[in-house]
Write a protein that binds this ligand. Sequence first.
Ligand SMILES: [Zn+2]
Length: 804
Amino acid sequence: MCRVALKRCAAICIALSCAAAYGERFIVKDGKAQAEIIVAENPPRMTKLAARELQKYVEKISGAGPAIVREPSGTVPNKVYVGRSLFTDDLGIEVDGLEHGAFRMVSGKDWLVLIGHDEDFVPVEPWARNHGDWTRNKIRKWDKMTGAKWSNPLAAGMYRFHHKELGIWRLDKRGSLNAVYAFLRGLGVRWYMPGDLGEIVPRAATIALPDVDKIVRPDFDVRTMCFDRYHVANADHVLYALRLGTNRVFSVMHHGIRHITERQDQKEAHLDYYQVLAGKRATEGRKANACLSSEGLFKENVRFVRTIFDLYDAPIVSVMPNDGFTNICQCSECRDQATLDRGYSGWYSDYVWGYVCRVANEVAKTHPNKKIMCGAYSTYQLPPLKIEKLPPNVLVQITNGMPRYEMDDETHRRLAELRQAWSAKTPNKLSVSMNYPFTQRGEFRPCYFPHVIARALRDVKGRVWRADLWIPEKRGLHEPGVNHLNAWVLGRFLWDADRDVGALLAEYYRLYYGPAEKEMKAFIEYCEANFAELATSKEKVSRALDLFQAAQEQAEPDSVYGKRIALVDAYLNDLRNRRDQLNKGRGPVPEFRAFNFANSKWDKAKKTFKLDGKLDEPFWNMRGGLRDLITGAKPVFGTRFNVLIDRNAVYFGILCRDRERDPANIAATKDGDPAMWTGDHIEILIETDAHSYYQIVVNPAAAVLDLDRGTSKRHWFQWASKAEVGAHVGEDFWSLEVRIPFTEDAADPLHLVVGRKPTANLPWHFNLCRKRIRDRSVEVSAFSPTGGNKGFHDLMKFGKLYSK
Ligand SMILES: [Zn+2]
């Protein structure tokens, strides 16, 4: 609750004309300081920063910065006490009860107090001083302490929570700083975007000492934004996050089970902790997942959680499967716990949450006041059916538990139902984590969602205690010229969800865009209302760009407004490319109508379907063929294929004719080995209704290499399709059966093809290509020949793929 002890007009009363109540009381008068800033003898780091920020902005406004002192010097009549000190104690002003960054602003005859709970964070040993310090040195101490083989990302990454230049730690408590920022906002200062270009500072020679007494509490206890990376972000971006009023809770978050399972020495010691897949314990990769029926894993997990609680006095520890949890362990105890009839979002809900509750109940015996947290995420997003109530020490975090960019009532209602369903399972408030569209992962649309954010936070206020917000970041806020609006609106509404978004934005457009106020409002609101269609509609893309151009014409390029608009202009280049691409259109491309594998006529054949690459099932009626990539002629070595589309997966059967006794040139046998490209391989390129595009490379040894080509090159290989492949090499051919799962749930951009089942009206586009490589000859063929200009990668030549 945002409780305001005295009149809500306090902010307005700070305005310069209002000093009359106490007579002559000024912080600055006619450009001369009339007050000092007083802090304690040895104040916490954030109190010092608060004093410096106050001094800096008072000087920016008035030209006179008050001195920062430890006690009143008697040379000026008034005092501004920042943070707790003997003086505030004498005045009887308490900080007790000012939790989660709450603050108090109170004034008297010749003083003003800006105060909250400030406390220095103290890292606990052993912790890494730099990258590499953990694995080189500290991990040995940790292993000795625990007698286990656990990772500890908190300690390993501790140095990342420290900002050298500002001399602060990310977990420093900082209520007084929030008070200072609120006071400065009252004077008209605005921090819309990181850096000088993003701020508004009014000018005034006189600043009154206000008549005020109020306590302000945030509507959400924890307000985390990902972009304040203390170890790499520059000071502007970190200060911006502070000015937004963000904070964090100290804990081990996200995919907590991985801390037990990800180390190689653990894999070697305890094979039984890991999933059985394809008949064996699967331990490959950092994202190897666990067998949640393993008694050994359970015991270690409980011990891990207790260790973190005791060592760090942490309030919360995550118990959650590792990322990419799309398969369930096939051991006899796990496999029947899947509830596949609930659909992707509920496949493993009972299985995962059953485990979480077991750990929570065990831990509660020794640590009843600490909390276990798990995400409602991917295949366990829906609440479990068999668990009526979660234990009181379990916290639920819903990934994308609020609308991100959807303005329609249906989406808001659906997510409210999901939250409601979870709230019915737990006495605790919920946590939501939000992945806003990632501008550095291939997103080209202008991302402005102020109304969606305002509506969502108003709806969840009082029911959500923590918002964990993933806004595009790259050493600070990514593309700040665009992304600042969401960050800033989030910051304002996390503190006060009931404010008027229309009034807030009206002021923003006026102050930030000046002469282009009206035009930028029209552009931004158009983008917000039409976000989804900006991916596909050339009319909407053109309209958005026209609106922007009108705004551009209003502001002088050299003015601050022109510079702010130029940042948006640079970002819009990809949208302009998209417009050109849409204008060109695809032209005539070949179509492929896949078999509808969900049709009951395949039920019987599905039951005995083995993904062994042999193509001996009745549905492998190879109706498609490949042609020479450049000429479109019949290739020397023919390739036939068929495609099946089920509710959650698409299957490719591919038969590659080749030379007798030398049917396949296998260059790699391991998944992810780029050497595959130097031997025979197939490339499946897929653009879905939701994403453009994925590249899945498969070879005759059933090795897979998968790339998300919709992102920047640096991120291509981070994506995993989770495709399953069976390969068979015959006398004069090799053949493949490939199962590629897909999901409509875009919450996890690093796994699975994201898209809706393709239909004639909303098809996917694809190309299926083969490269045959022998000593001196290379033959390239494709379902849709591209003419060779861009190799296989000519998006405009992709053929249509759909099923009935
Ligand atoms: Zn198992």
